[in-house]
Ligand binder design. Structure first.
Ligand SMILES: [Zn+2]
Length: 86
């Protein structure tokens, strides 16, 4: 893991996790510049876990309506998709 602030690689340690409503991310601590940062996975800003997004898109392509998809996700994944703008 490389620190995004000072590009240090060796002095970076795992230190806990940070989570929003659904997503839990590994949090890192840079011993050199004393900054916290979280891993980057290309899904920054997305509220839902990757698997849920992928599954939702798949169901949408399959022709399910948005309310059917929401029911499916709630029943099968245990996620309640509130404040979903779709
Ligand atoms: Zn650093």
């Amino acid at each position: 893991m490389i620190c995004p602030y000072c590009k240090e690689e060796k002095d970076v340690i795992r230190r806990g996790t940070r989570k929003n409503k659904f997503v839990k991310k590994q949090q890192y601590w840079c011993n050199k510049c004393k900054n916290y940062f979280i891993e980057h996975d290309g899904f920054e800003g997305m509220t839902y876990p990757k698997e849920i997004i992928a599954k939702t898109l798949h169901l949408y392509v399959e022709g399910l309506s948005l309310s059917q998809i929401r029911d499916y996700i709630i029943q099968h994944e245990g996620y309640y998709l509130y404040d979903a703008s779709w």
